[in-house]
Ligand binder design. Structure first.
Ligand code: F6R
Length: 242
């Protein structure tokens, strides 16, 4: 595992964007696994900036997102499809038909999971971007007794519902279920880049990357992947001596 420390969030975001942009330049038709949430926004802004300056071309890139709330349409402002459109896709020359997010309104959960799994398997992810939940979740793989392998429906933990309620009018509006890629889907990505920032992530960063590998801390499985880069600001790295 490589740890890259930025002096602040902006610096860390630029480092992450650098790796993503290198991936796009080296393989213009690459498949990027993408995340939502606060952590990747700075990197997305940087990528948009480089695109506008003519340094990046997304025309052949495909993307596969980690997860989506069950019950929200892509037009809902808190859906992850909406997040991706407004924070990245609408500002670069990516073809929307090559951007994949689970369908939050799918009527048949099992069929949607199978469909999404097939997309992941048939395309293969070159670079997977991840954030880290305060409970160690990656995607919406919540702490559990076993690792879930493939795309599945998950009941969000109270901790996650509370953390994500900051973006909703009230806690009761946060969906209770989500579709998420599984751990095997994530681990099969060729490269993984994790972005963490803020002192509130310092404890979980230590647990995930230096603690025992256990489904109780889902991100700890990343210790078993052979190409992981963890990018953080000083605050998020403050408990690991890096
Ligand atoms: C988002 C996702 C989540 C977030 C995590 C961290 O698609 O899958 O695992 O990456 O909850 O969220 P932030 O970055 O908001 O702290």
């Amino acid at each position: 595992m490589r740890f890259l420390k930025g002096k602040d969030y902006k610096d860390a975001s630029r480092k992450a964007a650098n790796i993503i942009s290198a991936q796009i330049i080296m393989k213009p038709n690459c498949v990027l696994g993408l995340a939502t949430g606060s952590s990747p926004i700075g990197a997305y802004n940087q990528l948009i900036d480089w695109y506008k300056k003519g340094d990046l071309d997304f025309s052949e890139v495909s993307t596969i997102n980690l997860d989506e709330y069950k019950g929200l349409s892509g037009e809902h402002e808190q859906s992850y499809r909406y997040f991706m459109n407004t924070n990245l896709f609408n500002h670069v020359n990516i073809e929307k038909s090559k951007t994949f997010v689970p369908d939050g309104l799918a009527e048949d959960d099992d069929r949607e999971c199978a469909r999404y799994n097939e997309i992941i398997k048939s395309k293969g992810i070159d670079l997977q971007l991840l954030g880290l939940g305060h409970n160690g979740h990656i995607g919406f793989n919540e702490p559990d007794d076993a690792f879930e392998k493939e795309t599945h429906i998950v009941k969000l933990s109270e901790n996650t519902i509370l953390a994500n309620s900051r973006l909703f009018e009230e806690v009761s509006h946060v969906p209770r279920y989500a579709f998420t890629m599984g751990i095997k889907n994530i681990m099969q990505a060729r490269k993984i880049v994790v972005i963490v920032s803020g002192v509130d992530k310092a404890d979980i960063v230590k647990e995930v990357f230096f603690g025992p590998v256990t489904p109780k801390v889902p991100g700890s499985i990343l210790q078993m992947h052979n190409d992981v880069t963890v990018i953080g600001d000083e605050a998020a790295f403050s408990k690991i001596g890096i």
